[in-house]
Ligand binder design. Sequence first.
Ligand code: ADP
Ligand code: MG
Length: 255
Amino acid sequence: MTAALQITELRKQYPTGPEALKGVSLTIEPGEFFGLLGPNGAGKSTLIHCTTGLASPSSGAIEVFGHDAIDHYGKARQLVGLAPQDLNLDHFLTLEETLDFHGGYFGMPKKERKERAAELLDAFSLTAKRKERTRTLSGGMKRRLILARALMHRPELLILDEPTAGVDVELRLELWQYVQRINQEGTTILLTTHYLEEAEQLCSRIAFINGGEIVAEGTSPELARTYGVSSLEDAYLELVGRKELSRASMAEISS
Ligand code: ADP
Ligand code: MG
């Protein structure tokens, strides 16, 4: 079976910065809900940007459903939808235009764009706002529109880069529901987060990334076992070298 995403020995040296990825290899199978978990600066967004053409890798290979995503990337781009970490909406476009233009970039015919935009605005409870400019939206609405935009061209692989950073509890739960449903309907998902409970709730498999390297991979219980601890949280604290912060140690201190 062809992997949904196959990353091989990926390296990225920013001209003005650190080596953000130091030979990352990763395979995500079709239908998986995969979590990439790591602290700020670990290289999560860099990996995503290399996969989606926003950054060019220094070396290594990336394939999306068997299609090269670096040099001959046409087909690979069609298959991927990205909801970026930054709220990169054009403030002067209406919600409808935002989705319509995106569909246009991906070569969708006008009629199909119209129907798909209406369907997504409805699914994300944004229909009443469709004629307004995106700058008038609340943060939560912007997050939903960004997710709708990522889904506009019906990607097989949906990439969510910290979709719930700074999002309140209700919206977070709502977004979790949406993405779980999309996954159940067959879309493969790559999610990056530094929220442990998010990875635990949503992801069937998780990789820990730290300092530009994948250091462990597995289900949440497997990761705990790898580190000889009893929870994903404790495994993560081992990863970042802060096991003194584990709940067990805290309980000892306060008793
Ligand atoms: P994460 O998404 O896990 O927080 P990033 O991929 O954004 O991590 O960053 C990884 C490392 O690369 C960090 O040290 C960051 O400062 C650096 N970095 C990210 N983007 C750039 C850039 N455009 N130029 C130079 N350095 C960068
Ligand atoms: Mg990031």
